[in-house]
Write a new protein. Sequence first.
Length: 285
Amino acid sequence: MSDLLVKTREICRLFEIKPARSKGQNFLINEKIYDDVITAADLKPEDIILEVGPGLGFLTAKLAARVKQVIAVELDDKLAAYLQTGVDAQGVENVAIVNGDILSFDIARHLPPNASHYKVVANLPYNITSFFLRRFLSQDSRPDSLVLMLQKEVAERIVARPPAMSLLAASVQYYASPEIIRTVKAGNFWPEPAVDSAIIKIVSHQSQRDSQTKEEDKDFFRLVRIGFSAKRKMLKNNLAAGLKLEPSNLNDLLTRQGFDPRVRAEDLSVQDWRKLFAALRLFMV
């Protein structure tokens, strides 16, 4: 039994913390993997870190020792109280514990004055991954990078390339470049989850911040959602139905743009979608 597992169980016993699967509370108990997360985050002394789901604070302590500030957002009341007690007892001045829901959290209100850059480090509950990524990658206060512990299958979907693209992959790759750092077996957590995990790093496309408008983003993703609206159907049929265009006209348009008329949504890269969006935007009313 690892020292970290013993410590984790003892803390949970003393503070009457009962890990809840519904909240994704599977505590990482392998010191080496915490260090891999730190390495992937490429931390600098001036960095501001938004940590999501700090749990028992093992990673929080490692982050705080290396960066300017850690903003740790914890939904669970007991865990947040435990973390705040530890921060107060040790006199740690560069960690702010926020007891709240990350999906309604406004990072701009918690950044220091004149600060606009930050990084995210998170052990995300699997059931909020898609919404979290969409919200944080599309907002004005977009993180420079995110290092996340995710369900392995979800991480693989995010980094997928044609012909295995999905709406999730297109949504992330439109804003950022993702890569899987390593897989993490289920046995590295307590309680042990039913699936393996992966550490994924997502680096924002900073050049897009000023070159795209909210309206362009909205229209682009409307097109992509239409394209993926019916699985296993050819793209032209989905677009014809969603945009109320004649399939024959779309057939010609796809051919002119260099696409096989039989192409499916999962065959297109984000760059392909951009090309298609430029050709179809006038029809999106």
